[in-house]
Design a protein around this ligand. Structure first.
Ligand code: HEC
Length: 197
């Protein structure tokens, strides 16, 4: 047993010595052979920096003009009152009025709108703030709004435009909600416009 230990120790020592010797060059300055140096020394490039690979190496590559982020749907309307009215005239909900879409619209509404507009859309959300005092009920059929009609008459495009751009104390929701999510909410708001009927 002792013999075996001694033997293996000697073996280990000589192997290490052999390795050490073989890795050193003759004059001590040779770094040895580097196999595929690019794998060890990849060029470090800054994000959005220029790149010598391209003809104009001084500027970063930018996406082709008109490129949009994945999943983003362009909205061809501005924030003004005219654009709000145009959206009301031209847009209809592109989603099918399925119960699944409605259920999702309800869920999103509870997350993004109910704290101001109230669970039932009566304008009495849990936010207690004078700024948010004038929240109209969706079912209101008396007061004339900027659309020229009442809250209960607001159509697809008008509601979608409002969610996208907001109105006064109501902030825009374009960055929080994808296009199809906004349309699902629109479908649910129509439900709330019916009030308790
Ligand atoms: C921070 C509180 C707040 C949140 C959140 C909010 N709203 Fe509003 N909303 C308001 C207020 C306040 C008004 C009334 C603005 C005014 O008349 O000046 C309003 C008005 C509206 C109108 C009527 C616009 C018009 O032209 O008269 C609609 C439709 C509407 N909101 C839908 C929504 C939907 C849908 C959501 C959720 C995606 C939402 N709001 C989230 C506060 C909010």
């Amino acid at each position: 047993m002792k013999m075996m230990k001694k033997l293996s120790r000697t073996l280990l020592a000589s192997c290490t010595a052999a390795l050490l010797l073989s890795s050193c060059g003759g004059n001590g300055e040779n770094t040895g052979f580097e196999y595929m140096p690019n794998m060890y020394r990849s060029p470090s490039l800054e994000t959005y920096a220029g790149n010598a690979v391209f003809a104009d190496s001084s500027v970063a590559r930018t996406p082709v003009a008109g490129t949009i982020p994945r999943g983003f749907t362009p909205f061809e309307y501005g924030a003004s009152l005219e654009e709000f009215k145009r959206a009301g005239l031209e847009l209809t909900n592109p989603l099918e009025a399925t119960s699944a879409n409605l259920a999702e619209g309800k869920e999103l509404y509870q997350m993004f709108c109910a704290h101001c507009h109230g669970k039932t859309g009566d304008g009495k959300g849990t936010i207690q703030n004078p700024v948010y005092g004038g929240i109209p009920s969706y079912a209101d059929a008396a007061a004339i709004r900027r659309s020229g009609g009442t809250m209960s008459e607001m159509n697809d495009g008008e509601i979608y435009h409002t969610i996208t751009f907001g109105l006064n104390a109501m902030g825009p929701h374009a960055s929080q909600l994808m296009s199809d999510e906004r349309w699902k909410i629109v479908q649910y708001v129509h439900e709330l416009q019916q009030g308790n009927k």
